[in-house]
Design a binder for this molecule. Structure first.
Ligand code: SF4
Ligand code: SF4
Length: 172
């Protein structure tokens, strides 16, 4: 997941890097296990999920239940996780979870003060050219090592853009 920012006509990508704390999967999961039927109901993959919710009105509300696929704070079905999991929290907001990764991500966005932001859920992209000043700004915001690595996978510092930047971007 990342955001592509337009800053004074130049682009830079800011990564969202999950800290694997598992809080969202403990508090917001739309995946539930019904022990009475020994059955898992999952948004997207099992449409009976919705019927199940109607049928078991007395069943504990799903958003309070730890997802049965969470093990050691990791999603064991990551590649086929439901849509709501894929979109959290960039497209949904953190819905009160106080996601530490989103806090960090918002700090980066605020510092760049973009004119326009486009969100992407797909990280499998070629890097874009950015001026060195964007890299320096990102580093000055104390990213974690994972965030810095992700930034360098999404962006490639291009010297020829530095002169252009001086006239368009005033920096931090
Ligand atoms: S709350 Fe945020 S950091 Fe924690 S697992 Fe969920 S997305 Fe990742
Ligand atoms: S399916 Fe995976 S990402 Fe979604 S709530 Fe469960 S453990 Fe978390």
């Amino acid at each position: 997941m990342f955001a592509e920012l337009d800053v004074g006509g130049l682009k830079v990508r800011i990564p969202f890097v999950c800290r694997m704390c598992g809080e969202c999967c403990r508090r917001l999961s739309k995946v539930i296990y019904d022990p009475r039927l020994d059955r898992i109901y999952m948004e997207d993959l099992d449409f009976e999920y919705f019927e199940g919710i109607e049928e078991y009105r007395d069943f504990q509300h799903p958003i309070k239940v730890t997802c049965p696929f969470l093990r050691d704070n990791r999603c064991t079905i990551y590649k086929i996780r439901p849509r709501s999991c894929r979109e959290f929290p960039l497209l949904t907001g953190d819905l009160g979870v106080d996601c530490p990764a989103l806090r960090s991500f918002k700090k980066f966005l605020d510092a760049f003060n973009p004119d326009k932001v486009i969100y992407s859920l797909d990280d499998d992209v070629d890097p874009i050219a950015i001026p060195g000043i964007f890299f320096e700004l990102f580093k000055s915001l104390n990213p974690t090592k994972d965030e810095l690595d992700a930034f360098l996978r999404l962006n490639r510092v291009e010297k020829s853009l530095n002169f252009l930047t001086l006239t368009k971007f005033k920096g931090p």
